[in-house]
Write a protein that binds this ligand. Structure first.
Ligand SMILES: Cc1cc2nc3c(=O)[nH]c(=O)nc-3n(C[C@H](O)[C@H](O)[C@H](O)COP(=O)(O)OP(=O)(O)OC[C@H]3O[C@@H](n4cnc5c(N)ncnc54)[C@H](O)[C@@H]3O)c2cc1C
Ligand SMILES: *[C@@H]1O[C@H](CO)[C@@H](O)[C@H](O)[C@H]1NC(C)=O
Ligand SMILES: *[C@@H]1O[C@H](CO)[C@@H](O)[C@H](O)[C@H]1NC(C)=O
Ligand SMILES: *[C@@H]1O[C@H](CO)[C@@H](O)[C@H](O)[C@H]1NC(C)=O
Ligand SMILES: *[C@@H]1O[C@H](CO)[C@@H](O)[C@H](O)[C@H]1NC(C)=O
Ligand SMILES: *[C@@H]1O[C@H](CO)[C@@H](O)[C@H](O)[C@H]1NC(C)=O
Length: 560
């Protein structure tokens, strides 16, 4: 993902957080079993923790129980600037900051506590998480797990829940011989689930190593990213992040901290690799394979079309040329802006110089020019992979939702013109894609994991966006969301050319109607079994995640 949309949500900035303590006063405790109760306890419910319970928890955690404020409130207290507000690096230390949240609850005028939890645990050790899990089970609370809060589906937040915040689990350690059982799996890095990709790349650089990861600076390598699959511009060379993870340390719903790998809890290890973020337990750390680092070039081109029709022709040409880069296993992020009709293409080449990269791109750029489009900008950045793969910061604070499909390689081979036509139809939205499947990702189909098998036959992952203005009414936002689900995503599905080409659960529509099949394909039944074994009472429920069909949209009450 190489997002560059700029719409900024200022709605929750003017918000107060007067609701934070409301409902906590005077609640008496009636310990009811979380197994038999239909709903999680919320403020006002008899089983909701009393002030005394909270203060006991706070004491046990030595002050690491913290109130969670919506970004706006935190931002106002911190006196953040407009630049801070749209900076993910700035916002990532704010516990209530979420990438895709705060649907204004009062028609855009007052945001209040919005969709943000009341309390969180600012964990620095696994035992802080264990304490939080035990407290949540004892009091039948909804929990959310948050690392960076960058989730596009809103899965790292929920009103009235207890947040288990892993941002400060920052351990990083390298070894040249990592053992699972008796097998030496070679060179690895173990990273705490709070480490951002940028931090991991920087640490690896000092060791002359590289770890497969996304372009984002602030996404957490060992958080939701890898559990969903984790694509990278270098996935055509190294595969997905989930193909490269060798071990997790996880706090389970029963509060135990376990090591999860091919020999220890192998069923959970299978599920954690692609079975969806946030459904299994709290990852404390993950261990990834490392590779010797290498120089490379990032090539950027900006191409402008003069009409929707020409834009469609441009995207058909792009589809026809998309195999040009397979020989060198280049990955690519490409983004279509609606106004003006502009295609931005970032391509990552391992071991190539700037001139080599330009030569690789030339046939496509010539095709673009010959159909009448203009190459408005072309540039290359050459350097060590650890530096060029990531950005200094990520954009944040936007009103943005997305839907996606994995587009099969066969569609690109057989129907490139169809792809162009779909783009013409979709140009009212922002459309982004990446060439981050194919090649090594397909070769890795032999790995037994819960990664959606559609990844193994895909050429690209295509994402489309809807945004809204800060002044939008709730009714308008609901309508935009419904249009995304009912009208736009089906166009992508049609372009994919199969009944269900599947989608990447981390960059997708949380309202995806048949998410079990679309996100998890044939793995859903086995994932449900693993879920039943490790989280029998559904402590870890997220939108469109395994087991979520048993719960309401908020994950607060069972529906079956
Ligand atoms: C700017 C940007 C760029 C991106 N680029 C890429 C990319 O290049 N490739 C790619 O594949 N994806 C990319 N993504 C999508 C990314 O994979 C998802 O947003 C992912 O959910 C982020 O995981 P996180 O843990 O950082 O976020 P969070 O919002 O903290 O968590 C996301 C989900 O994971 C769960 N989770 C978080 N931490 C833990 C934990 N410690 N244990 C268990 N569950 C946890 C949460 O409960 C939630 O369900 C990008 C996102 C953004 C915002
Ligand atoms: C504002 O919200 C209230 C309550 O949620 C609703 O009754 C009302 O119709 C909304 N007004 C507009 C203009 O959407
Ligand atoms: C969380 O803990 C870290 C590490 O102790 C600390 O630096 C940070 O300020 C804390 N954040 C909040 C919001 O309490
Ligand atoms: C971080 O590393 C230290 C030293 O190896 C270890 O004692 C500690 O338990 C680790 N913390 C976490 C949260 O993994
Ligand atoms: C880069 O080139 C070196 C030297 O030829 C080679 O060992 C390495 O595997 C290459 N790396 C990649 C990612 O292609
Ligand atoms: C083009 O790339 C070079 C090398 O990375 C960089 O110094 C320069 O600022 C870039 N130019 C533009 C206009 O981005």
């Amino acid at each position: 993902m190489y997002l560059s949309l700029t719409s900024v949500n200022r709605v929750d900035r003017s918000a107060g957080m007067f609701l934070v303590m409301a409902g906590l006063v005077g609640a008496a405790q009636y310990p009811l079993s979380s197994v038999t109760q239909l709903c999680r306890n919320q403020p006002g419910d008899p089983g909701f923790p009393t002030r005394l319970h909270w203060s006991e928890l706070s004491a046990e955690l030595e002050g690491r129980l913290i109130p969670v404020y919506p970004s706006a409130k935190a931002c106002r207290e911190l006196q953040c600037t407009d630049a801070d507000w749209v900076s993910a690096s700035y916002r990532v230390v704010i516990p209530g900051e979420m990438h895709a949240v705060c649907p204004p609850i009062d028609n855009g005028t007052v945001c209040g506590q919005g969709n943000v939890p009341l309390y969180g645990i600012n964990a620095t050790t696994a035992s802080h998480i264990q304490t939080g899990v035990k407290f949540a089970v004892e009091h039948n609370l909804r929990v959310v797990v948050k690392s960076s809060g960058h989730d596009f589906l809103g899965r790292s937040t929920q009103k009235n829940s207890l947040m288990l915040w892993t941002h400060y689990l920052k351990n990083v350690s390298f070894t040249d011989s990592f053992f699972v059982g008796d097998a030496n799996l070679g060179s690895t890095v173990s990273v705490g689930s709070g480490c951002s990709l940028r931090e991991v790349y920087a640490a690896a650089k000092e060791k002359g190593k590289y770890v497969v990861g996304g372009t984002a600076a602030t996404v957490a390598a060992a958080g939701g990213y890898v559990q969903g699959a984790g694509h990278s511009v270098f996935s055509p060379i190294f595969g997905l992040a989930a193909d490269n993870v060798l071990e997790f340390r996880v706090v389970l719903a029963d509060g135990n901290l376990v090591t999860v790998n091919a020999v220890s809890h192998p069923d959970l290890f299978w599920a954690l690799r692609g079975g969806g973020a946030g459904s299994w337990g709290v990852a404390i750390s993950a261990t990834f394979r490392t590779y010797p680092n290498f120089p490379g070039t990032f090539h950027t081109a900006i191409i402008v079309a003069d009409s929707h029709n020409q834009a469609g022709a441009l995207m058909a040409a792009h589809a026809e040329h998309i195999f040009d880069w397979d020989d060198v296993r280049a990955g690519q992020y490409f983004f279509f802006y609606k106004t003006p009709n502009t295609l931005v293409v970032h391509t990552g080449f391992a071991n190539l110089t700037g001139d080599d990269a330009r030569a690789q791109m030339a046939p496509f750029l010539e095709a673009a020019v010959s159909l009448g489009a203009t190459v408005a900008f072309e540039n290359t950045t050459t350097g060590i992979v650890n530096d060029i793969v990531t950005t200094p910061d990520d954009p944040a604070g936007r009103n943005l939702i997305m839907g996606s499909r994995l587009i099969p390689e066969s569609t690109y081979r057989d129907h490139p013109k169809e792809i162009g036509k779909t783009y013409t139809a979709l140009l009212d939205q922002g459309v982004e894609g990446c060439v981050c499947a194919c090649c090594k990702v397909s070769e890795n189909k032999k790995i037994s994991s819960a990664v959606n098998p559609k990844w193994r036959t895909a050429k690209t992952h295509i994402v489309l966006f809807r945004t809204w203005e800060d002044t939008a009414l709730i009714s308008e936002i609901v309508q935009v969301k419904q249009q995304l689900t009912d009208e736009h995503v089906p166009l992508l599905a049609h372009m994919a050319g199969e009944t269900d080409s599947g989608a990447y659960s981390n960059e997708a529509d949380v309202q995806e109607p048949n998410f079990q099949e679309t996100f998890f394909g044939p793995n859903y039944a086995r994932l449900s079994e693993v879920k039943a074994a490790y989280d029998p009472h559904d402590l870890f429920i997220v939108g469109a995640g395994v087991g979520s069909e048993r719960w309401d949209k908020e994950g607060m009450c069972r529906v079956v």
